[in-house]
Write a new protein. Structure first.
Length: 123
């Protein structure tokens, strides 16, 4: 199922989103008019925050990584967030979220299933 949340509800949505999805393994892809690439793979979600004020508002930050000392971390920023589209799985949780910025670049956050990750590792 596809959901496109009302702009006025984004902050509320992300608070609930963080509770449902914290530490789920992710795959972050960036797609623009020139190319598509993976920015990270298999890092757990630490959280998503939305800043509603400032010149680049709304500004979204996606934080990925482990809480362990010396672990990999990544913070991806989407300035001028224009839209978001959510794909829900059968369990009612997000399978992916697409964030589109003011320039048309898409940041696609995909949640990876541990069983698929394990099967891929052994293939």
């Amino acid at each position: 199922m596809t959901i496109i949340p009302n702009r006025k509800k984004w902050s509320e949505y992300f608070a609930e989103f963080n509770e449902r999805n914290k530490l789920r393994p992710t795959w972050l892809q960036i797609l623009n008019s020139n190319r598509a690439y993976s920015e990270s793979r298999d890092l757990p979600l630490l959280g998503v925050s939305l800043e509603e004020k400032g010149t680049d508002a709304p500004c979204l930050q996606i934080s990925l990584g482990d809480n362990h000392l010396g672990s990999r971390h990544l913070t991806h920023t989407v300035n001028g967030l224009k839209s978001l589209t959510i794909q829900l799985g059968l369990d009612g949780r997000e399978e992916s979220v697409e964030f589109i910025d003011k320039g048309g670049t898409a940041s696609l956050l995909v949640f990876r299933h541990r069983s698929k990750m394990a099967a891929h590792a052994h293939a």
